[in-house]
Write a protein that binds this ligand. Structure first.
Ligand code: HEM
Length: 417
């Protein structure tokens, strides 16, 4: 139902987690901003102000210019309270700092440590394992007897297990890592976060660090052929990474590769259920799988934003931006931009070209893009030929988050062999 927001209300929706749990409301706000005020100053309660950048061309322009717009110190939208806590922590000593918190030249050096593990050769080596995992989870759907909550019973497990396989962790540790990543990095949506109290959170964090410290030590003592060994034995200027930087690397890999891909697979399946003509088209012509996967990624856009800070006075789309001001790159908005996509609100498994920005652009372009594509393809390549019928068995629900999100429940009924 239309809420007819004003431009000011639409701007505040960009910083409102609840807006992301209601796609119609979100896209009404973003469409208005693109049309009326595509570089819009947002003052939302509880947040430091920022510019919301909603047009595809402007998002690309900011990302391309990575010396004028830098990631540090505010790479993501967080509350003013959290911004202040982080600033205080930075002043005290080393903080958890991942690739997305860094700028060149340091960013380039640290990114190179893991980069080989995401190149086509490494992807080809990993593919049989990914297919095996895809088959395991489709088999599990059969075991569920024709009905399940696709998100909690399938989509959150499969991508994490792929990532942990790439890192080289033993399968016996997978359930423990699933629990830990959910406790620590469950989104801002309350239902997703376990261990509510600060002490439970702290205990989970200590567990996580203890686990990865032991992993680092074992990979330093006896390196193996996996990403965990590459991280543990990396040298920057001849020195190993510090404990905090090593842990940060594991954290970005485990977290960036998890919720994003599960949101894509669940949102992709939901889109196919909602567009039976597109589902039939894809089943009749499996050669469309690569464009279908790309369309699922555009459609879902699981990463809702990243931010940059201007290092000098400048302009975006003619609007003056002052040095030190933050800009928020709205990926869901860029991916529905009428100037770039033909009929952007149509889900089209054959869409080509599809210049979506769901993986970002420029030097921070998603390191795991090839993996995410391969995983999503492998899953649907396994599922679709075995699928008879499929329908919703209840109302799907989206996560309330301004960062990474998508469906948190997708009750379905199906026939599957
Ligand atoms: C960065 C999206 C899957 C690892 C990013 C960025 C986006 C993104 C938007 C920031 C790009 C920018 O600032 O320009 C996605 C989406 C995924 C996905 C939509 C799934 C559909 C993965 C996977 C991994 C991964 C599977 C594997 C571990 C990373 C890393 C970065 C990153 C390490 C930081 C790169 C840097 O700052 O240099 N991703 N991602 N992502 N992603 Fe992904």
């Amino acid at each position: 139902m239309s809420t007819n927001p004003t431009v000011e209300e639409a701007g505040r929706a960009v910083a409102d987690p609840a807006a992301y749990a209601d796609e119609a409301r979100l896209h009404e706000a973003l469409t208005l901003l693109r049309r009326e005020d595509p570089v819009h100053w947002v003052e939302a309660p509880g947040y430091n102000p920022f510019w919301a950048i909603t047009r595809h061309a402007d998002v690309m322009e900011v990302e391309r210019n990575n010396t004028l717009f830098v990631n540090a110190p505010r790479p993501l939208l967080s509350t003013a309270e959290l911004d202040a806590l982080r600033a205080a922590q930075r002043a005290r000593g080393p903080e958890l700092r991942t690739l997305i918190h860094m700028d060149d030249p340091q960013h380039r050096v640290v990114r190179a440590i893991g980069a080989d593990w995401f190149r086509p050769r490494a992807m080809r080596a990993l593919e049989p394992r990914v297919r095996e995992l895809a088959k395991r989870y489709v088999d599990r759907m059969v075991e569920y007897g024709g009905a399940c909550d696709f998100v909690t019973q399938v989509a959150v497990h499969y991508p994490l297990y792929v990532i942990l396989s790439l890192l080289g962790l033993p399968e016996s540790d997978f359930p423990r890592m699933l629990k830990l990543t959910q406790e620590l990095f469950g989104s801002s949506d309350e239902e997703m976060r376990r261990g509510e109290s600060a002490s439970e959170q702290m205990a989970a964090l200590l567990d996580f660090f203890a686990y990865f410290r032991a992993l680092t030590e074992s990979r330093r003592a006896a390196p193996t052929d996996d990403l965990a060994s590459a991280i543990a034995n990396a040298r920057v200027d001849g020195e190993p990474l510090s404990d905090v930087d090593t842990a940060s690397y594991y954290v970005i890999i485990a977290t960036a590769g998890h919720d994003t891909t599960s949101a894509t697979i669940a949102g992709g399946l939901h889109a196919l259920i909602g567009h039976p003509g597109q589902l039939d088209r894809l089943r009749d012509d499996p050669g469309l799988l690569p464009t279908a996967v790309e369309e699922m990624i555009r459609w879902v856009t699981p990463v809702k934003e990243f931010m940059r800070t201007a290092t000098a006075d400048t302009r975006i789309g003619g609007v003056p931006i002052a040095e030190g001001e933050a800009v928020l790159l709205s990926y869901p908005s860029a991916n529905r931009d009428e100037d770039v996509f033909d009929d952007p609100f149509r889900f089209d498994v054959g869409r080509d070209p599809n210049r979506h920005l769901a993986f970002g652009f420029g030097v921070h372009f998603c390191l795991g893009a090839a993996l995410a594509r391969m995983e999503t393809r492998a899953f649907f390549a396994e599922l679709l030929p075995r699928l008879g019928s499929i329908e919703l068995a209840g109302a799907p629900e989206l996560t309330a988050t301004t960062f990474v999100g998508g469906l948190k429940h997708l009750p379905i009924r199906y026939t599957l062999t």
